[in-house]
Design a protein. Structure first.
Length: 246
């Protein structure tokens, strides 16, 4: 067995099942409800190979994944937080089979903004996504109150200075046939940045949706409030922008 993949049985199960604490796993083991490779295992501290062992609880397999990555199509009215108390959070939209300990949104969208939110328990990966040094693009579809003019493209490219005096990094502005709709590509994530950039130009955002993180696009078939687990090949579309990859 590979040394890095060896884990205590109770740790393996509890890390994958948010409804089972280590003490709960211990009780299940005592009752003979846990099997490893088809054999009942009553020792909760038994060492198992997380990469190859077939672990089942009450007959249901528990597949070990070191980290999980989830694409969520966030609707308006939902906050990017692990808890709020007043409004539903992005975590409250996840189905039970995707819930595990340590999940959090990797970056935030405003409460009234829709679109792609990445939820994970991989803190290092999230930090690399959010760091301006990684230059991971975030792409947004924008609907404006007033038509834009041709100066917007060069203003975004030069780096807009906000009304607060903060200076934004160079960004991309892509117009469309409809002069009140456009696409914006950022390489940083300041608070309310897209809205503030247009405010600095004398305009106002009336609808905002994040459509891409890096080279990974929001699934067009994913309804508002819907989510799906991302595969390694999906994450590579973001991580390929890092130095050294994923």
């Amino acid at each position: 067995m590979a040394e890095k993949s060896i884990m205590r049985l109770d740790k393996l199960i509890s890390s994958q099942r948010s409804d089972l604490s280590r003490s709960a796993v211990r009780e299940l083991c005592k009752k003979g409800k846990v099997t490893v490779d088809g054999v009942i295992e009553k020792k909760c501290d038994a060492k198992v190979d997380s990469a190859s062992a077939v672990v089942c609880v009450n007959g249901e397999p528990v597949t070990y994944k070191k980290h999980i990555y989830i694409m969520l199509n966030k609707p308006q009215g939902v906050v990017c937080s692990t808890r709020d108390g007043l409004s539903p959070t992005v975590l409250s939209l996840l189905p039970p089979e995707l819930i595990r300990q340590g999940l959090f949104p990797a970056g935030r969208l405003d409460k009234d903004t829709e679109g792609f939110v990445l939820i994970t328990d991989d803190g290092d990966f999230a930090h690399r996504i959010l760091s301006p040094k990684s230059h991971v693009e975030k792409r947004y579809f924008v609907r404006l109150e007033k038509p834009y003019d041709e100066s917007y493209s060069s203003r975004f490219e030069s780096g807009i200075t906000l009304k607060t005096g903060e200076e934004c990094m160079s960004a991309q502005f892509i117009g469309s046939d409809n002069k009140t709709e456009c696409t914006v590509i950022l390489h940083e994530g300041m608070f309310h940045q897209v809205k503030k950039m247009f405010e600095a130009l004398g305009n106002r955002v009336i609808y905002l949706k994040r459509t891409h993180i890096g080279n990974l696009a929001l699934d067009e078939n994913l309804p508002l409030g819907g989510c799906l687990e991302l595969m390694h090949k999906d994450i590579e579309k973001i991580a390929s922008l890092f130095d050294g990859g994923f």
